[in-house]
Design a protein around this ligand. Structure first.
Ligand code: GDP
Ligand code: MG
Length: 152
């Protein structure tokens, strides 16, 4: 809390959004932030960082035995990402809806992934521009990981 300009209010709902390395490299930061703001949500934390292997193993702990885990970690540490704490009523489910399906080919038009993500080819197996927490409990855990200064 001490290092944060905007106070974290535990009574509000929050989600953790990541603009992944493909989103950063393709110049889609503004587009993603614009969609979040237009939907009426408030960005209360924002940083640019290159994730470490340790951070990714914690962030994606539920996937550590999946066949795509190594390529996921390689992709996520391949360049800068933008991490955000986003606040608003029912923001967790709303941002999941805004992201669209995990697989870009299945994501509907109108969603971030459906409008912007490239198809998963052999060379780009895990890219899909954004991450959003899948439940308020996951959001709490992920915010504590990426923004410890905000919730400590
Ligand atoms: P999300 O919550 O929609 O981001 O999806 P998950 O939590 O299931 O997976 C985390 C991330 O791993 C996804 O966003 C993709 O980047 C990647 N991923 C998930 N499922 C697959 C898969 O079946 N194949 C590959 N290659 N990557 C996947
Ligand atoms: Mg997930």
């Amino acid at each position: 809390m001490a290092d944060s300009n905007i106070p974290y209010n535990p009574k509000e709902e929050h989600t953790l959004v990541l603009i992944k390395p493909d989103g950063y490299a393709r110049g889609l930061i503004g587009e993603v932030i614009s969609r979040i703001e237009k939907r009426g949500f408030k960005i209360i934390g924002l940083k640019i960082t290159i994730p470490t292997q340790e951070e990714l193993e914690e962030h994606y702990f539920e996937h550590k035995d999946k066949h795509f885990f190594n390529s996921l970690c390689e992709y996520m540490s391949s360049g800068p990402i933008v991490a955000m704490v986003v606040e608003g009523s029912r923001v967790v489910q709303s941002f999941r809806n805004m992201m669209g399906d995990t697989n870009p080919a299945l994501a509907l038009p109108g969603t971030i992934r459906g409008d912007l993500a490239r198809d998963w080819g052999p060379d780009r197996g895990v890219e899909n521009i954004v991450h959003g927490s899948d439940s308020p409990q996951s959001a709490d855990r992920e915010i504590a990981l990426w923004f410890p200064e905000m919730v400590d």
